[in-house]
Design a protein around this ligand. Structure first.
Ligand SMILES: [Zn+2]
Length: 301
């Protein structure tokens, strides 16, 4: 005869397993890359060493799409060119949300403000980002961005900005104006003071600016942070320590999962597994990070 506690344990195990598999995920930092964006052939994933099958736009889409479906990533905020975003959206309109990346990998200029407003009105994009201003040594509080920020605030378009670091030796390889210091979240404060209704997402959780990130998340609770890149490219213990510091500071409802898979789609499973395995996260916190917080921030029903 099977002991009752064994039956209970078995059901509990099945339930937990089912829960993890069925977990709904929103990836708030997903890129719609084109073939050649990272050179031909593209470099291998710096962590896994796997070279992506990125010879054509179609191959890039297929590789990413299969993983999004496998891991139940029901929404992905697509950062890329509007043309490439439209291509992804045409293949699964319910899953992808268009975000205007700037600067992008095709060297498209920022549209003038009239065109920018029109594109928002036509819903060609509903998020403005990834803003990689740091790669140009620029910051969001510079006057040239002010009219765009005002439009975003008025239309409820969230701004998602790269903050923190970039790959080692970035200033020596194509981005001579890059500075570490321009990645500080403190540059967001003048913008937040001027635009109290603006929705702002700090990408990469501002790593390694932990004090600055905590200060901004505390003072401006409308600001959320994504854990992209640091959830797969950093040494695991370093990521866990950083994530834990933001959680113990009380900001677990402002943290969102993101992959930032760039050209390496294997970053998607890698980052999900790292978060799932975090020993200090309880189930509610995982659900919040993977889905609930992003659903609230982006108004996803
Ligand atoms: Zn970034």
């Amino acid at each position: 005869m099977i002991k009752p506690y064994l039956v209970i344990a078995l059901f509990a195990l099945l339930y937990l397993n089912c829960d993890a598999q069925q977990r709904k995920i929103i990836d708030v930092h997903f890129h719609t890359r084109s073939a050649g964006d990272y050179g031909t052939p593209p470099p291998p994933n710096p962590v896994t060493g796997k070279t992506p099958d990125a010879g054509t736009n179609d191959a890039i889409f297929r590789g990413n799409f299969a993983l999004l479906k496998k891991y139940n990533i029901v929404k992905a905020i697509c950062s890329g060119t509007l043309l490439r975003n439209a291509d992804f959206i045409s293949k699964d309109p319910g899953r992808f949300i268009s975000s205007l990346e700037y600067p992008d990998h095709q060297d498209n200029p920022l549209p003038d403000t009239a065109t920018f407003r029109k594109l928002i009105q036509e819903k060609k994009f509903t998020v403005f980002g990834e803003l990689g201003l740091q790669y140009d040594g620029k910051t969001l509080d510079q006057p040239e961005f002010e009219p765009y920020i005002a439009i975003c605030e008025r239309y409820g378009v969230p701004i998602a900005i790269h903050m923190g670091l970039g790959p080692p030796e970035t200033p020596y390889h194509g981005f001579p104006n890059f500075t570490v210091s321009s990645g500080s979240p403190f540059y967001l404060e003048p913008v937040l003071k001027k635009h109290p209704r603006l929705k702002l997402q700090i990408m990469h959780m501002g790593y390694p600016y932990i004090e600055e990130t905590k200060a901004i998340l505390y003072m401006y609770p409308q600001v959320y942070a994504d854990i992209s890149v640091i959830d797969w490219a950093l040494p695991k213990e370093e990521f866990y320590q950083y994530l834990r510091a933001v959680i113990t500071a009380g900001h677990e409802k402002q943290i969102m999962y993101g992959s930032d898979q760039m050209i390496w789609e294997d970053a998607i499973p890698l980052s999900i597994k790292t978060v799932e395995a975090a020993p200090f996260l309880n189930e509610q916190q995982k659900q919040d990070i993977f889905y609930n917080n992003a659903a609230r921030f982006y108004g996803i029903k």
